[in-house]
Design a protein around this ligand. Sequence first.
Ligand code: ARG
Length: 437
Amino acid sequence: MKLWGGRFVDEESKLMEDFNSSLAFDKNLYYQDITGSMAHVKMLCKQNIISEEDMKIILEGLTSILNDIENGSLAIEGEYEDIHSFVESNLIQRTNEIGKKLHTARSRNDQVAVDMRMYAREKAKEIIENLTELIATTKEVGEKNHVIMPGYTHLQRAQVVTFTHHLMAYYSMFIRDKKRLENAMEILNESPLGCCALAGTTYNTDRKFTAAELNFNKPVDNFLDGVSDRDYLIELMSDFSILMMHLSRLSEELILWSSKEFDFVEISDAYSTGSSIMPQKRNPDAAELIRGKTGRVYGDLISLLTTMKGLPLAYNKDMQEDKEPFFDSSDTVLKCIKIMNEMIKGLKVKEENMYASVKKGFLNATEAADYLVNKGMAFRDAHGVIGSIVLYCEENKIAIEDIELSKLKEFSELFGEDTYDFIDYKNTLLQGIKKIM
Ligand code: ARG
């Protein structure tokens, strides 16, 4: 069934009908479409645009459609152009045609705009809730594992850090991600319902009423913008992309750390997989998939940005292309957050291996140079002296702290007994990052 056709003489081609139809994906919006319509019909009655009796019939019809969809007795399928036509056609059938009054003072342009805002708002809320759990897990697992590990720059061992400090870096990123999402939710929370096609309507509607009914802060200020704004989706997808970038970096670390080359952590069996041919393998598939899926979330963002870049005001059918990227990216992000949360919860930290790696990496070289500076040497000179000591250590396969004092003094007379305490790994931590933890 079509919602238009009065001014057409010839039949629409089947090819065009299929091409034009969005039901296969906008069926995701059934709940928002029905609740949006309920708010609209209440407003029509309150403003004396339709009678109370008609309102009741329409509300009952809409409720029965919602119930039937949710209990599985009404499948969203058939020759409908979109979810709006599907709901309206069903309503008309169930209400002895009274449902034909529902679309008074409304266009599908403001209808789809309000549906999509509600959907985006609910998805963002769910993502924030799950992110909040991940934030708590990251903190808990970080704080539980206060063990020394090498910190890296250029993926070369650089200075001593703790696993706590390393994981808390992601905690900080996730906190920012959450703030970004909350901010985007605040910005999007305005109702476009009542903008109609692009220029409002001749009826005496009450946009504030529908905005309040649907829990929006207020109606949008501008009708043309209201029906054609997709910024809020782009903004959320930008936030998803940044969040995925963070999840992907953490995944990359988990992949590296769980390799035999690092052997710093073990990902639980529940989030690892085996190889069909190599019996010894434990693959970090969950982390790899998060890293891989980051690409599709970026793609979804770029897809909608590109769709929107050349569109004149106001609504254009191109905008139907906002749905699949948003559905895909929001579902993907949600799954990745849940998986990361479980992976972090079950992570086994291999303290001894991390410490052994610290020992091998001359991670107290910077502090050894600082020691000489404290004794009066210029930092550049101290840097040179320690450089020669590291060379000596490499040749003799020992760590700086294993060199005898008499030998150290050959490099610089400034070395004294207290050198060893000063360059002790735990002590270097106390002097450095421990101060801010
Ligand atoms: N399926 C359409 C979309 O997603 C609904 C709005 C249709 N509006 C119109 N003027 N044809 O954008």
